[in-house]
Design a protein around this ligand. Structure first.
Ligand code: NAD
Length: 481
């Protein structure tokens, strides 16, 4: 399967001789050499998806829901094996990989439900101001969609795209990240096992430059949904613009966590660490900018230092491990580069600040915290995508909100306070797509995912995630017709 693409319901040979070396980031051993497909493979996949759309696009939502539920059950049945595969390829602790699988199952089930409900929403009458006419609303699939995903939560981001796309009646070509393609390739086997009609889901691995750009520039792709960096997001947007394709973008973040003076400091410490060190900080929604009320800053920072230093780092399968390695050599270099930049800028390092020396292999970086970080520092403004927390203090609620909103990004934010009125008031003023009050990054399929400002365009999850793959059509006629 690693030497093939999943096209038209079958594993087919690619003409390519190129291979993507897929690494275990804890051991640095090669897990697999996956074929780097070509633009020609992308074209075959798009043609298969186009042919399948003629049938799949006209099935009822209830019919599609049966396939989505079958996929959910198959993932559930293989959960242990898939979680282990994800841990090996991503380096994330097994418990985190298990949560990813559970999230994917919940997403497939959720969109099965929305597919069923879609049938009841078709041909709804519209009340018209103009006498003598009637109009009805139809919600129809957007067509053939190209789905491009990153490597940090591969099975989750894939479920967030493929499940609503298929629920809407679209057919899809999925491009996994070249860093973590193994778990997505299993979706091909799952599609075969549940008898998903040929061509409804196609999977083509390869580089962004070859496979990614072939997808965004393909004339038969109606819509692109992309999750990844802002740098590539801009390229994708330009490419899609040439053909005026539909586009959803889920991009980066530099999310703030606000801790008010009435917070329980021990509890706050847990949420802060989870918000930046879960998945080794490789989260678009990482709360990487910590804003603390000046009255509690010293006490909280002392706790954070000792808690960060006692986090257990290690291989995903070591019992009790709390943080794994970074997922790739390239990401290790990026993160160490930012830490070095922090030193050059003269920032105050509270703890961490280097590769974790106790490991002979693996891309492990110490949990790192900089304090009193100036707002013009690159570490305060840019997405690092690693276990690096930057801390500042604030003097008042208004100051906290102003500092939190002073960012190009607006993906998420956290608030820690015992005062529910204040939390609500502050949440309403933060310019971000998801706000967590006294909790750690709770994401449910029913709520939306996506950001304000440069964090992206559009929303995934919830009914908005389904709407992203639907076109609205009206049929208007005279009452006499
Ligand atoms: P990336 O932008 O480097 O790559 C993402 C995907 O785009 C990969 O599959 C890659 O092969 C592909 N790609 C690369 N060049 C391309 C091109 N020219 N045309 C089309 N596709 C191309 O991002 P990454 O390093 O894989 O992931 C990390 C980034 O993803 C971070 O910035 C993170 O914030 C973001 N992210 C965002 C969300 C969200 O929901 N907002 C979720 C996860 C990750």
């Amino acid at each position: 399967m690693y030497s093939k693409a999943f096209i038209g319901g079958a594993w087919v040979d690619s003409g390519s001789e190129q291979r993507l070396q897929v690494i275990n980031p804890s051991t640095e051993e090669t897990l697999a050499n996956v074929v780097a497909c070509t633009a020609e493979d992308v074209d075959h996949a798009v043609q298969a998806a186009k042919a399948a759309f003629a049938g799949w696009g006209r099935t009822s939502g209830a019919e599609r829901a049966q396939y989505l539920r079958a996929i959910a059950r198959e993932i559930e049945a293989r959960a242990a094996e898939l979680a282990a595969l994800s841990s090996r390829n991503n380096g994330k602790p097994l418990a985190e990989a298990q949560l990813d699988i559970a999230d994917a199952v919940a997403t497939w089930d959720y969109y099965a439900g929305l597919a069923e409900q879609l049938d009841g929403r078709q041909n709804a009458d519209v009340a018209l101001g103009m006498p003598g006419f009637s109009a009805r609303t139809r919600l129809e699939p957007a067509g053939v969609v190209g789905l491009i995903v990153p490597w940090n939560f591969p099975f989750v981001t894939t479920a967030w795209k493929v499940a609503p796309a298929l629920a809407a009646g679209c057919t899809a070509v999925l491009k996994p990240s070249e860093v973590t393609p193994l778990i997505e390739l299993e979706l091909g086997n799952i599609a075969q096992k549940v008898g998903l009609p040929a061509g409804v889901l196609n999977i083509v691995c390869g580089t962004g430059q070859e496979v990614g750009s072939a997808l965004t520039g393909h004339p038969d792709i109606d819509k692109i949904s992309f999750t990844g960096s802002n740098r590539v997001g801009e390229i994708v947007m330009q490419s899609a613009a040439k053909q005026v394709k539909g586009l959803s973008l889920e991009l980066g973040g530099k999310s703030p966590m606000l801790v008010f003076e009435d917070a329980d400091l021990d509890q706050a410490c847990d949420w802060i660490l989870g918000g930046i060190f879960y998945n080794a900080g490789q989260m678009c929604s990482a709360t990487s900018r910590l804003l603390v009320h000046e009255r509690i800053a010293d006490a909280l920072i002392e706790r954070l230092k000792s808690a960060a230093e006692s986090l257990k780092l290690g291989d995903a399968f070591t019992p009790g491990v709390q943080m794994g390695p970074l997922t790739s050599r390239a990401q290790l270099d990026t993160v160490l580069g930012y830490i070095e930049r922090g030193r050059t800028e003269g920032l105050t390092l509270l703890t961490g600040g280097q590769r974790a020396e106790q490991f002979e292999t693996g891309y492990f970086v110490e949990p790192t915290i900089f304090i009193d970080v100036p707002t013009d520092s690159a570490l305060w403004r840019e997405e690092i995508f690693g276990p690096v927390l930057c801390v500042r203090t604030f003097a008042s609620e208004a100051d906290a909100i102003a500092q939190a909103n002073d960012s190009d990004f607006g993906l998420a934010a956290g608030i820690i306070s015992r005062d529910p009125n204040r939390s609500q008031r502050v949440a309403e003023q933060l310019r971000a797509g998801h706000i967590w009050i006294n909790s750690l990054q709770v994401v449910c399929p029913e709520t939306s995912w996506g950001g304000f400002k440069r964090s992206g365009i559009g929303r995934e999850l919830g009914p908005w995630g389904l709407s992203a793959y639907l076109e609205v059509k009206h049929i208007t006629r005279p009452l006499t017709a």
